[in-house]
Ligand binder design. Structure first.
Ligand code: ADP
Length: 780
């Protein structure tokens, strides 16, 4: 603040500074070379050691006159002077206060001036709100400045934060930043704190902007340098790789090669043109762009597809029969149907017939039959699983604009097959999904439709591929979940599960020889006794097919091979006695029947997609108010069927000697154990009714009886599916009598004779008949 009280008038020696400004409170050293300046220093040191430092307007002026320097400067105290060689003096000064020249005195040997000294009198009362705000703004701008300027240590910020006086703060910041002499002079000449703070703020903002621009420029330059370097580096690398691969081809050569290959495909003219156009695009885009990769992968797909490669088909029924028999035991009906199918193809010379669908539990030979069909027709074989396919794009591919696009599974399978007329097995067509990603079944319909599939459009290829020569076959575990429009086009061939006898024969005749061969063993190396093989079937596997049986046989072969090599023996014999040494403890115990006839427990028979199983149904009634509770993960149909049974019992209670009010006085709990397995369907109807009646009448159920059949509320027994599978399951359990609906009589024809000898079949049309055979009244 400029007022009379804080102004001292004094005469001081003067040094014009070149290119620098010294602020009050600043301690610096600088070198003094000019004679007049060293003299001034000397004069000063002889008096109070104080001196006026003013900045020259032009640093180059050698002998500054009155108008060559600013008349406002800083009065400083000389702290130290060192004479350097060559006459230069290094001086350490501390800025004290601002000084304004009143009168310039040019002495002979040095300059001096009469000076008005202004002392910043900073009292708390000076700190108006405005000043405080200006201080804060300045501090934060300075922080920004520091973040952009690496030359100032961030520690200075701490010093700044400690300064409470506005004038001093501005001077300190001004002394820290890199200011031109003109800008520094503006601050030196700002006596008023508010003005000083604001002027410095304006300057600081300008400086920050300059720094930012500088920074951007540096960044750009750096980036330019690094992308140029990177590209160069990659190009060099590419050259090395190409050199290694021996293909230093230029893009032109590459495109020529593609075109040559495309021409050899003998595509239709229009399509060929389209593909060649695509190849030529490679010439016009940067070889390093992502698009080049997409085009290359597209062209690679095109040239590798068997557009016109067709294997010559041979249809010879005798030969086909021989091959089917060579590969499969039993399955007489299935083989017969397949031979008929082949014969019709030969006669009509067309494949526009229905599509075969082999339906049966896993491991019964569906895939291997399809392979045999391919072999017997001299066609390639390819298999594609539809299990879990939910997205239409999996069938038809993605458009090329999609990142990482690929052709669909149909086209990739065809490439794998290597010819355009393979036998193409669509596995697990019953497991195809359907959700928001589009309906894969409709894509499949197009694939299977002989009217449409000669121009099958994969989204990725974007040009039609002829699928009309492909022989499609399908497999499924059950027809119930195959979408109806697909099922319509198919001719279903059922393959049911194998009996123990059949498994044994398949094991002896097919699986053991096959595994011996693939393990490099000779027939004399391993002898598996028939009983041991039965043990494998019953103790280590529980399945409808023979997949696990084959796996266990493979495991036996591996272990035998190991012993032969390690112990140098000729033959390994596997018997019932030592089988556990090879396969470990048996995983399954033979299902056993209850030891005694029980009340309220009945043997049901169920059929699942993996074969038949036995199901025991338990009923318990307790005093209550007529509630019926069903537990054991039962589906709605099964629950309804249970209610139908109860309804029947209510109307016929008297005949069964059951208390007529049972449904009011008792709670009935029906439970089907093995709760984790979902169970549904109406076929447990008669079993549930039998168990309830047994419980209410206290008459036990014959433990050797098993049953299946739907019940009506009038007690009639209706037919159900899966009889053969269910009977096989009952046989495994050792059941002696099986009750089936009268209308399922025809299914008995499929039951092997051996089983018919072991089991008595009861054909029931009513609940009376069921109860007659199931309940053990004699024990009453
Ligand atoms: P699926 O396709 O029905 O699940 P696979 O065709 O994969 O069953 O059959 C599993 C294994 O069992 C194959 O090695 C197959 O050769 C063999 N196999 C199945 N059934 C027979 C059979 N009747 N005769 C000979 N081997 C069979």
């Amino acid at each position: 603040m400029k007022n009379e009280n804080n102004i001292n008038k004094r005469e001081l020696p003067l040094i014009p500074l070149r290119g620098m400004t010294i602020f009050p409170n600043m301690v610096v050293h600088f070198d003094v070379g000019r004679d007049r300046s060293t003299k001034a220093l000397e004069m000063a040191s002889m008096a109070e050691s104080e001196i006026l430092l003013c900045t020259q307007i032009d640093a180059k002026t050698e002998n500054p006159k009155e108008d060559d320097f600013y008349h406002t400067g800083t009065i400083a105290k000389i702290k130290q002077m060192i004479r350097l060689p060559g006459g230069t003096v290094r001086v350490l000064v501390e800025g004290l206060h601002r000084g304004v020249i009143q009168e310039f005195i040019e002495e002979e040997e040095y300059l001096s001036a009469r000076v008005e000294e202004f002392i910043d009198e900073e009292k708390d009362s000076d700190e108006t709100l405005e000043i405080q705000a200006a201080m804060r703004v300045l501090e934060s701008e300075f922080e920004r400045y520091i973040s952009l300027n690496d030359r100032i240590s961030p520690e200075e910020l701490i010093t700044i934060k400690e300064v409470e006086k506005p004038g001093r703060l501005a001077d300190l910041i001004a002394s820290l930043i890199d200011l031109s002499t003109e800008k520094a002079q503006i601050i030196i000449e700002a006596f008023d704190f508010q003005v000083r703070l604001e002027s410095l703020h304006a300057i600081l903002i300008e400086e920050i902007e300059i720094l930012q621009i500088e920074r951007d420029i540096t960044k750009k330059v750096q980036k330019n340098i690094s992308t140029v370097q990177k590209e160069h580096y990659l190009k060099e690398q590419l050259k090395v790789i190409q050199g290694e691969l021996g293909d230093g081809n230029s893009i032109e050569e590459e495109v020529d090669e593609y075109i040559e290959k495309i021409k050899s495909l003998q595509l239709e003219e229009e399509i060929e043109e389209k593909v060649i156009k695509e190849a030529n695009r490679l010439l016009n885009i940067s070889p390093h762009s992502a698009e080049t990769g997409v085009i290359r992968s597209y062209l690679d797909w095109i040239v590798e597809l068997p557009w016109n490669i067709e294997k010559e088909e041979k249809i010879d029924i005798k030969e086909s029969k021989k091959i089917l028999n060579e590969d499969h035991y039993g399955l007489e009906d299935v083989k017969e149907r397949i031979l008929e199918f082949i014969a019709i193809r030969k006669l009509t010379k067309s494949i526009k017939g229905p599509i075969l669908c082999l339906v049966g539990p896993p491991g019964v030979g569906k895939t291997s039959i399809a392979k045999s069909i391919a072999r017997s027709l001299n066609r390639d074989f390819v298999r594609m699983s539809l299990g879990g396919v939910r997205d239409e794009a999996e069938i038809r591919g993605h458009r090329r604009t999609y990142v990482g696009a690929m052709p669909g599974k149909i086209i990739s399978s065809i490439r794998k097959a290597g010819s355009k007329n393979p036998v193409f097995l669509l596995d697990e067509i019953d497991k195809i999904g359907n959700d928001y990603r589009g309906d894969p079944a409709s894509g499949l319909l197009e694939v299977l439709d002989p009217e449409q599939n000669s121009t099958f459009a994969d989204h990725f290829l974007d040009i039609p591929f002829d699928l009309s020569k492909v022989l499609f076959l399908t497999t499924a575990n059950t027809t119930s979940t195959i979408p109806a429009p697909l099922l319509d086009r198919m001719e279903v061939i059922d393959i049911s599960s194998y009996t123990e006898e059949e498994k044994l024969q398949i094991g002896i005749r097919y699986l053991v020889p096959k595994q011996l061969e693939s393990h490099g063993l000779k027939e004399e190396n391993i002898q598996i006794s028939e009983q041991a093989l039965r043990d494998v079937i019953n103790g280590y596997t529980r399945e409808a097919g023979v997949r696990n049986l084959e796996r266990e046989i493979a495991s036996l072969c591996r272990k035998a091979a190991k012993r032969i090599v390690e112990e140098d023996i000729e033959t390994v014999r596997i018997t019932t006695a030592n089988i556990e040494n090879y396969l470990g403890i048996k995983k399954f115990r033979q299902d056993t029947l209850f030891d005694e006839n029980r009340v309220g427990v009945a043997n049901g028979l169920a059929w699942t997609s993996v074969g038949g199983t036995t199901l025991s149904i338990e009923v318990n009634s307790i005093k209550g108010e007529g509630k019926v509770q069903l537990t054991g993960k039962l589906g709605d149909v099964m629950k309804e069927s249970a209610m139908a049974g109860i309804s029947f019992i209510r109307s016929y209670a008297e005949e069964f000697d059951i208390d007529e009010d049972f449904y009011e006085k008792k709670d009935i709990h029906i439970h089907v154990p093995e709760g984790a397995i979902p169970k549904d369907g109406p076929s447990a109807g008669i079993t549930i009714a039998t168990a309830v009646i047994s419980d209410l009448t206290d008459i036990p159920i014959d433990k050797q009886v098993a049953m299946t059949g739907e019940i009506t509320i009038r007690g009639r027994v209706l037919p159900v599916g899966g009889i053969k599978e269910k009977v096989l399951a009952a046989h495994r359990l050792g059941i002696k009598k099986v009750i089936i609906p009268d209308q399922n009589k025809r299914d008995l024809e499929d039951i092997p004779n051996k089983i018919k000898n072991d089991i008595e079949f009861v054909l029931a049309d009513s609940m009376e008949k069921v109860l007659e055979h199931a309940l053990v009244r004699s024990e009453e």
